[in-house]
Design a protein around this ligand. Structure first.
Ligand code: TRP
Length: 334
């Protein structure tokens, strides 16, 4: 059995970029018989930005609902909320003792955050990589399905684990590797000409899994375009390439080929293309949205899923923390 671990920050509704970037990988992983998957909502991590308690509660539930609706099966994977497994904090403390402020300060994501929010440089932000390492090492993960932006964190996880082994003369933590089914992660661009679909990229840029049909259509119809091609077979500007890329993931190959041809012979009408794209997105999103609505109104079920996930996750988590306590020189408490 290979252990798979990944965390998702609770930032609100998931969009098509999240779906094709992460979720699709998770859903394929859960189908493998030799993969033992742990997927969790990283709510401790979310505290670095000081969210309101109501927002935390709502966003955590939202993510769980979206994941279930998209097809994650709590009988096949362990789906849990990070803060329901407080063992991770004890491991975080042990790892912090051997993480150096210098290396944490040099981490690119930390430097970005400092630049973006110079008046909220808290210690939690600095130690974000040790908490993430604790998430991963807690379950002795073999693979961590994450995007390119998390490679440095994963590198740091390996180095914290190896350092622990070296300091205590043990061979306890293994080296987790990044994982992706596709060699190159699928890039999902935004509708406003941006190369990335994202929550913070501005209004109308992202299609959320729970967007109502009219909202979805309006966003697609308003997508940024240009005056149209001026020469046959000309390279596409970014905003137009984005529409084609979106079509590549949600539409049939024939549909894509049809509009490619229209682009090349300059007879393309963006309105027609957008209408088709909106229809194909709607076909894709509709069943997910319906399940989102069902799960949203079933708090008892969501609660059961979360509790069951916490219980399953804590079995291994307790074991790891007790082992680490013993290695460090503390008393086992089990
Ligand atoms: N840092 C990840 C992100 O921003 C979320 C995360 C937290 C995570 N802990 C993790 C991902 C452990 C993989 C494994 O997306």
């Amino acid at each position: 059995m290979k252990k798979i671990v990944s965390g998702i920050r609770p930032t609100g509704s998931l969009h098509l970029g999240n779906y094709f970037g992460a979720l699709q990988n998770f859903i394929r992983l859960q189908q493998l018989d030799d993969a033992d998957c742990y997927f969790f909502v990283a709510d401790y991590h979310s505290l670095t930005t000081h969210p309101h308690p109501d927002d935390i509660r709502g966003n955590v539930k939202k993510i769980i609902v979206d994941y279930l609706a998209a097809g994650l099966d709590p009988e096949r994977v362990t789906l849990y909320v990070q803060s329901d497994v407080p063992e991770v904090i004890e491991l975080y403390l042990f790892l912090n003792m051997n993480a150096y402020v210098g290396e944490l300060e040099r981490c690119a994501s930390f430097k970005d955050k400092v630049r973006q929010n110079p008046n909220n440089v808290n210690a939690g932000l600095l130690t974000y990589p040790t908490l993430m390492a604790a998430d991963i090492l807690l379950h002795h993960a073999d693979f961590v399905p994450v995007g390119k932006d998390q490679m440095t964190h994963l590198e740091m996880t390996r180095s914290f684990g190896n350092r622990f082994n070296r300091i205590y003369g043990v061979d306890y933590f293994k080296e987790p590797q990044a994982f992706n089914f596709n060699n190159e992660p699928i890039k999902i661009p935004g509708l406003n000409g941006s190369t990335k679909m994202g929550k913070s990229e501005g209004e109308g840029n992202a299609i959320f899994l729970d967007d109502e049909p009219a909202v979805l259509k309006k966003k697609v119809m308003r997508a940024v375009t240009d005056g149209g091609p001026t020469q046959p077979n000309q390279p596409k500007p970014q905003a137009i390439e984005n529409l084609f890329q979106l079509m590549r993931v949600v539409s049939a190959p024939e549909t894509l080929a049809f509009f490619e041809e229209k682009w090349n012979d300059m007879s393309i009408r963006y309105g027609d293309m957008k209408k088709q794209l909106a229809e194909d997105m709607e076909t894709f999103v509709a069943p997910i949205r319906e399940r989102i609505h069902q799960f949203e109104s079933d708090d008892a079920y969501i609660d059961r899923v979360i509790r069951q996930g916490a219980e399953k996750s804590r079995v291994g988590a307790r074991q790891t923390v007790q082992d680490v306590r013993e290695i460090v020189g503390f008393r086992r408490m089990d």
